[in-house]
Ligand binder design. Structure first.
Ligand code: URA
Length: 209
């Protein structure tokens, strides 16, 4: 099955992403741009959310309208995923939020979970799993497995920058989960950083080293 990867092409997203790739861009602008990119991406991604018909009473009459079929749960992968949280919450303010903390085991180099807190009704919600950089794909795939173990079914993975290695790994593990990204870069360097990428998204967002 070909990987279900959707690149969200939009001139505003492209321009904002170009700015945050630059080493000239400091933390404040990085945060602002990531916030705005997340908002724009969320607008495009939520286009596909299922809705249901409802009736609504206006001050004049009763008419037909729609509501989202299911509640939305956002799950950022700590810590960089939180950088995309508020931008998406801007357009889905009633979304519930879960958190997954993943760290790399120094011996095995594999991701281990150090934190997991999920909202109720995970099995009956549209889930947006979020991590800005789909690099090796290991933590994203492990996080998606965890979400499924907790009962999650309708899952979408959202990142800012992906690369072929990460897409291949993630989509082989989770062919049922569509990947949404603003860009697919060339590949990984020897330290598993995406090239050209933007560096360490968490460090740039939180101004750490
Ligand atoms: N995580 C990042 O923040 N950047 C990369 O390039 C790869 C993983």
């Amino acid at each position: 099955m070909p990987p279900d990867v959707r690149v969200i092409e939009h001139p505003l997203i492209g321009a904002l992403l170009t700015e945050i790739r630059s080493t000239d861009t400091g933390c404040e602008k990085f945060r602002k741009n990531l916030h705005n990119i997340s908002r724009l991406m969320a607008y495009e991604i939520t286009r596909e959310l299922p809705s249901r018909n409802i009736t609504v009473t206006t001050p004049l009459t009763t008419t037909h309208g729609i509501a989202l079929q299911r509640s939305v749960i956002m799950i950022p992968i700590l810590r960089a995923g939180t950088g995309m949280l508020n931008g998406i919450l801007d357009i889905i303010p009633d979304a519930k939020v879960g958190h997954i903390g993943m760290a790399r085991d120094e011996k095995t180099c594999l991701p281990t979970t150090y934190y997991c807190k999920m909202p109720q009704s995970i099995n009956d919600s549209d889930i947006l799993l979020i991590d800005p950089m789909l690099a090796t794909g290991h933590s994203a795939a492990a996080a998606a497995t965890l979400v499924k173990e907790q009962g999650g079914i309708n899952i979408r993975f959202i990142c800012l920058v992906a690369c072929p290695e990460g897409i291949k790994y993630f989509c082989e593990k989770h062919p049922d989960i569509p990947v949404y990204t603003a860009a697919i870069d060339e590949g990984l360097d020897e330290n598993s950083y995406i090239v050209p990428g933007l560096g360490d998204a968490g460090d740039r967002y939180f101004d750490t080293e």
